[in-house]
Design a protein around this ligand. Structure first.
Ligand SMILES: NC(=O)c1ccc[n+]([C@@H]2O[C@H](COP(=O)([O-])OP(=O)(O)OC[C@H]3O[C@@H](n4cnc5c(N)ncnc54)[C@H](OP(=O)(O)O)[C@@H]3O)[C@@H](O)[C@H]2O)c1
Length: 251
């Protein structure tokens, strides 16, 4: 089997994994954050779990990227920049800003390591070696539209996360109803932004690897948005009735 065939098979495996993940997460809630519960083995502080879980998306991604034949070409470098813009923040900034007193089961962090390693290989290897992104790709509207969609998702995700983190003062660990901006419409605009970002990536790369990651993101955070929304309604009698879970007016 050639590397291109192996890569193609792994990309389809990731799409299969997205279907399984969505099915599983519609049945049970991943036990971290507000859905944390005991019985999942040893745990680590949440910040450490995030750093462990997301590190392959930064470090392994760069290592694989640099081995590619097209690693020094402009368009692959721009795509690398988009990817790292998100993941350097998620791995090395976000964990130190969130103040979760709840630990993260190690099994969740390790599952994240496995997924992020697979995803790093599939996407990094594609943009710097197996795909073909010459300078001519910049004359096509897709990288520009995809880049704009990515930037929109990024801005939504970051602002929504910042608003949640601002709900707690140092030392606090409880929950409040988030209010204002997109929170008037949905319970989880951070997840909405995350999905929009990776749809942007799929458009900018116009690739099966990009599509696989966008599908996986929706499969992962979509069911969690439904679970969080149900949780808010159970916790707060005055939770706004018109607010939906993930997509304004729809879901
Ligand atoms: N690409 C992917 O597949 C993927 C998967 C998962 C997450 N993510 C991204 O990672 C980020 C964090 O995800 P998450 O699942 O941890 O998000 P989350 O459940 O919304 O929590 C985000 C942070 O805000 C706190 N928080 C949430 N709701 C709060 C409230 N009502 N009052 C006070 N504090 C509140 C949480 O504390 P607690 O931890 O104590 O609940 C946590 O520190 C998001 O941007 C998400 O899009 C991406």
């Amino acid at each position: 089997m050639s590397e291109a065939e192996l890569h193609h098979a792994l990309t389809w495996a990731q799409i299969g994994l997205a279907v399984l993940t969505a099915g599983a997460l519609l049945l049970f809630r991943a036990p971290y954050g507000r859905h944390y519960r005991k019985g999942w083995g040893p745990s680590v502080p949440a910040w450490l779990g995030w750093v462990i879980m997301e590190s392959p998306a930064v470090l392994l991604f760069v290592a694989i990227y640099l081995r590619g034949d097209h690693a020094l070409q402009l368009v692959p470098l721009l795509l690398l920049g988009l990817w790292q813009l998100h993941y350097v923040h998620r791995t090395f900034v976000y964990p130190f800003r969130q103040r979760s007193p709840r630990p993260m089961p190690l099994v969740i962090a390790l599952a994240g390591v496995v997924f992020n390693s697979l995803n790093a290989y599939i996407n990094a290897r594609w943009i710097s070696h197996l795909g073909d992104y010459s300078i001519a790709w910049l004359a096509d509207p897709r990288p520009w539209i995809g880049g704009a969609v990515f930037a929109t998702g990024y801005a939504i995700n970051k602002r929504a996360d910042r608003m949640l983190l601002a709900l707690r003062r140092p030392g606090e660990g409880g929950y409040a109803i988030p209010r204002g901006w997109l929170y008037e419409w949905v319970s989880c605009p951070n997840y909405l932004g995350e999905i929009v970002e990776w749809v942007g990536w799929a458009i900018a790369t116009w690739s099966l690897p990009g599509l696989a990651f966008a599908l996986y993101t929706a499969a992962n955070v979509g069911p969690r948005a439904l679970a969080n929304h149900r949780w808010y309604r159970e916790q707060f009698d005055d939770y706004p009735r018109r607010r939906r879970a993930l997509i304004p007016f729809v879901l």
